[in-house]
Design a binder for this molecule. Structure first.
Ligand SMILES: [Zn+2]
Length: 496
């Protein structure tokens, strides 16, 4: 329903693309230089108005929109998808091409393209190489324009059961004997920042992708609807008359979905958000603990940082060995459920708090996860401490010792994922040295300035992709205290 309304609005925008709307902001001065920008209020809609190289001062879509019609064959580990993208050009200059990430194509035979069109015409000029699709536009997409891309494809999921328990990080995408995990599973337009498409090489830890905030609507049906699994997904679910389930979420970074016939679930309401914990049978106690921890963390972080933006949050037991954040959705490893001892002094609790914090640092304030991973990881790790301070203050020193000091972390916090010589040295530097910096900073500048800064950082960068420069530039505005020695100790880069 929501998308339909948006598409309708979009059509209105496209039809009136040549006529500045009365309530739109004044056109930028450069628009008047365009020879074809003369208003023609009565002009008829063009077949592909999005691609006209005319100035378009009319307001565009605030964010990209993704509509995915999915048929999932759970037993065959395969999907068919009809995807429609409306991509607004916010770059300020015309775009001649788009770059999409198609991560499933990293697996041999994992992605089969059936058809791709741009503005209603079959795409004539594109190249798919690994996870990167270069899509030439048949005509320049003007600043302020919106282009429609339709992609039909099939996915064959890889087997993702953990074969080597010593592997530091899993590949989440794929299926196990009891679960299907769809993460980074649909083609998406990667962020265009400073004239560059941000699509970094895949890496062992994952987390190399950068996401624009976008609106999603996913219509899901099962090939064997009589034997459908339980589904955890980003966004609010709504049963459709035709038997499909529609999931919708706005201003989201990454739509994830997990399905299992063995899922049990428990829910809790926090404010206007419904939290649901999905766990395999026999893990009810740990599943409940993950739910309770998440509810507490959500309240603490809402008070400390700012409101949680979504109406749902799925906490999903994952058949692999770590946690991972997506939009209104996160995974917790089965290992944490196995180790759970009924107390808050364990990995299940602090990783749940960590992944919940990513709903602020990742989901709301995005960052380049490949090149500046500390921006979300250090803040989410430090948020674990904030959780304990507020819920179990007696456990703060235990957390400090067991979670971080045990590993004797060293190194600079601001390394990319591609450095660090392994997952442990990498997390020591990015997560733990980064969290240590935040703690030292907080002690130096005081709680008032520290939390005022975090709230300001959230407010100013919400829905955007923040950089280390943004972080330090905003921090500087909240204190006159000198912290340059701390920056020099924990960072190798020079920051304002
Ligand atoms: Zn994290």
């Amino acid at each position: 329903m929501r998308i339909d309304k948006k598409v309708f609005l979009l059509i209105l925008i496209l039809i009136s693309a040549c006529a500045p709307k009365a309530d739109s902001p004044a056109p930028a001065p450069t628009d008047s230089l365009a020879p074809t920008s003369t208003a023609e209020p009565t002009s008829a809609p063009q077949p592909t108005p999005t691609l006209e190289a005319t100035a378009t001062p009319a307001p565009l879509l605030e964010r990209p929109q993704y509509a995915l019609d999915v048929t999932l064959d759970y037993d065959a580990h395969a999907l068919r998808v009809d995807e429609t993208i409306y991509y607004p050009n916010h770059s300020g200059s015309p775009l001649n091409e788009l770059v999409l990430a198609i991560v499933p194509n990293l697996w041999e035979g994992g992605f089969s393209l059936t058809a791709i069109s741009v503005g209603g015409e079959a795409a004539a000029n594109y190249a798919l190489d690994g996870q990167r699709l270069d899509l030439a536009l048949p005509a320049a997409l003007p600043a302020g324009g919106v282009v429609e891309i339709k992609i039909q494809y099939a996915l064959t999921l890889p087997f993702a059961e953990q074969e080597d328990p010593n592997v530091a990080r899993p590949r989440i995408y794929g299926y196990t004997s009891r679960q299907i995990n769809l993460v980074n599973w649909y083609p998406f337009v990667v962020p265009y920042v400073n004239g560059e498409w941000l699509l970094h090489d895949a890496w062992y830890y994952g987390e190399n992708l950068v996401y624009d905030a976008a609106d999603y609507e996913v219509n899901l049906r099962f090939a064997d609807s009589a034997n459908a699994p339980v589904v955890a997904a980003s966004g609010i679910a709504e049963a459709q008359p035709d038997g499909a389930t529609r999931y919708a979420i706005e201003s989201a970074r990454a739509f994830a979905l997990s399905a299992s016939r063995e899922f049990q679930s428990a829910s809790l309401q926090v404010g206007d958000a419904t939290l649901t914990s999905y766990y395999f049978g026999l893990y009810q106690e740990a599943g409940q603990a993950a739910l309770q921890t998440t509810a507490q963390a959500l309240q603490i972080f809402s008070a400390k940082f700012g409101a949680y933006p979504h109406k749902s949050l799925a906490i999903v037991m994952g058949d692999f060995n770590d946690g991972m954040e997506y939009s209104a959705f996160y995974y917790l490893s089965k290992d944490f459920y196995n180790l759970y001892d009924g107390t808050p002094a364990n990995y299940l609790t602090f990783v749940a708090a960590h992944e919940t914090a990513h709903q602020w640092w990742f989901e709301q304030v995005g960052n380049d996860q490949a090149l500046q991973p500390w921006l979300d990881e250090a803040l989410s790790t430090y948020s674990e401490r904030l959780y304990y301070e507020n819920v179990s203050p007696d456990l703060v020193s235990w957390w400090q010792t067991y979670r971080m000091d045990f590993y004797n972390p060293s190194g600079f916090a601001d390394i990319p994922i591609y450095e660090g010589q392994g997952f442990r040295p990498y997390t020591n530097a990015v997560y733990f040295q980064g969290a240590r910096f935040l703690d030292a900073l907080r002690q130096r500048i005081g709680d008032e300035a520290f939390f005022a800064f975090l709230q300001d950082y959230l407010n100013q960068k919400r829905g955007q992709i923040a950089t280390a420069d943004d972080f330090f530039r905003l921090l500087r505005t909240h204190t006159n205290t000198d912290y340059s020695d701390l920056v020099a100790q924990y960072y190798r880069g020079a920051y304002p």
